[in-house]
Design a protein around this ligand. Structure first.
Ligand code: HAM
Length: 426
């Protein structure tokens, strides 16, 4: 996020720019993660960047940090309260209900990517505008679907070459067992000598106390009752089946019964992908089931499961593993015109090459041949097309291999075929 020092403006605090050449890696990661979802039949959904504030308050949960402290909320000119989306799941559910997708074939399988907004304290890997790739599978409560969603994320990360991460998983139970467990946990927590803030947290969201990283709290809660030991029979069978599917798929996991997610809608299967090369911001992706959410938002009582993968953090994780993905070179062919007439001709040749699907750039601005050749080298192109005045008269053009320096003259009329054949390795 380095900024030019003499610029009058800089991007808002905690908001990254993605500029070449690093932007190529960002695109490769986003597209790689999306591809994993496409391979499993998830269709693209493009959602509004802002929604009615109430959607997130009701969907994500008023007691979460995301809603209570981190939302970009403002009144529009019509005095409606709107919020820049802090996450994707609530918006997807709203759209599914609004467009009646839940009345068709189930599960509804959707994927999305784009920016989300959280007013967090910026640091490495924690931004106020963050990028996610997400999927949601709505309407079928089948443990095999939970495993599919998790396996897509796992495959997506691995397809990029990433392997230093682990999948943590647990079950948060459902309506039939969580309320009882919550009471049990509160009873336990209220016997402890907690500071006022922590006690308040125990009242509002006792599960969050189990995630407290302070050593003395960790020690006090070491023997706290855990949801996993108090699952209903049905929730336990569901969880066991998810794990059996993951075993069959060869997706490694660690059970973390103390996992706490930052969003309130989770039920049953809940998971996080954690990378140790990132320092404090170790979560490269997370998700889970949210079986009550659709009903909560005024729709049918349908189940759902999904994930959000952090594109920014995945890029950082790849860098930490020394596996930064080099994007493709900016262009494959670079035109070097010697004189205005040659430039006019090269502009036309470039358009013909582009029409044939070849990436081409040209030295503009009447640079000398030295400067133009330097630009050709910097462009990352494999071939330079060198066109001089004499060539024009002879109807030929120089095709120069920029790695070997070899150059040969070919007829202008066949340059598209020639270049195509060289690039194809012919
Ligand atoms: P989340 O865990 O809040 O889940 O976010 C998912 C991922 O987004 C995180 O694991 C992390 O990689 C990335 N992320 C979150 N906040 C930041 C930040 N400030 N800076 C950089 N990266 C960040 C959700 O958002 C759920 N909607 C996921 C989901 C979909 N659950 C079910 N369906």
């Amino acid at each position: 996020m380095s900024k030019p020092s003499n610029s009058a403006f800089s991007a808002p605090k905690g908001v990254p720019d993605y500029v070449p050449p690093a932007s190529a890696e960002f695109v490769a990661v986003r597209d790689g993660l999306t591809r994993a979802a496409r391979l499993a039949g998830y269709g693209h959904i493009e959602l509004p960047i802002f929604e009615d504030t109430g959607l997130f308050a009701r969907g994500v949960g008023e007691s979460t940090d995301v809603v209570s402290k981190e939302m970009y909320t403002f009144a529009d000119r019509g005095d409606r309260s709107v919020t820049l989306r802090p996450e994707g799941t609530a918006g997807v559910m709203r759209a599914v209900i609004e467009h009646g997708l839940d009345r068709g074939q189930l599960p509804v399988k959707l994927s999305y990517s784009g920016p989300f907004f959280r007013y967090e304290r910026p640091q490495a890997g924690r931004y106020r505008q963050l990028q996610q790739v997400g999927v949601e599978a709505i309407g079928v409560d089948d443990p095999a679907l939970d495993a599919e969603v998790i396996a897509i994320a796992d495959a997506g990360f691995r397809s990029l070459g990433l392997d230093g991460f682990r999948l943590e998983i647990t079950s948060l139970g459902d309506d039939t067992c969580r309320p009882q467990y919550r009471e049990l946990l509160q009873e336990f927590l209220f016997t402890l000598d907690l500071d006022e803030d922590t006690r308040r947290r125990a009242e509002i969201n006792p599960l969050r106390v189990l995630d407290d990283k302070r050593p003395h709290i960790k020690e006090m809660t070491a023997n706290a009752p855990l949801m996993l030991d108090h699952l209903s029979e049905e929730a336990k069978a569901h969880f066991d089946e998810v794990l059996a599917h993951l075993d069959a798929l060869g997706v490694p996991y660690t059970i973390n019964p103390r996992m706490v997610r930052g969003l309130d809608y989770y039920t049953k299967t809940t998971f996080e992908f954690v990378h140790d090369g990132l320092g404090a911001q170790s979560g490269i992706g997370g998700g889970g089931r949210y079986d009550g959410l659709m009903e909560q938002l005024g729709g049918q009582a349908l189940s759902g499961i999904g994930f959000g993968l952090g594109v920014d953090r995945t890029v950082l994780a790849l860098e930490a593993e020394g596996k930064a993905i080099a994007g493709p070179a900016r262009c494959e062919v670079f035109g070097v015109p010697l004189g205005d007439e040659a430039k006019a001709k090269l502009v036309v040749i470039a358009a013909q090459l582009r029409a044939a699907g070849i990436r081409v750039d040209i030295a503009y601005g009447g640079r000398g041949v030295k400067g133009a050749m330097k630009a050709a080298d910097r462009s990352g192109a494999r071939l330079a097309l060198v066109l001089g005045e004499r060539d024009l008269a002879d109807g030929v053009i120089g095709v120069k291999d920029l790695s070997t320096g070899d150059q040969r003259q070919v007829p202008v009329a066949s340059v598209v075929a020639e270049v195509g054949s060289v690039l194809a390795g012919g």
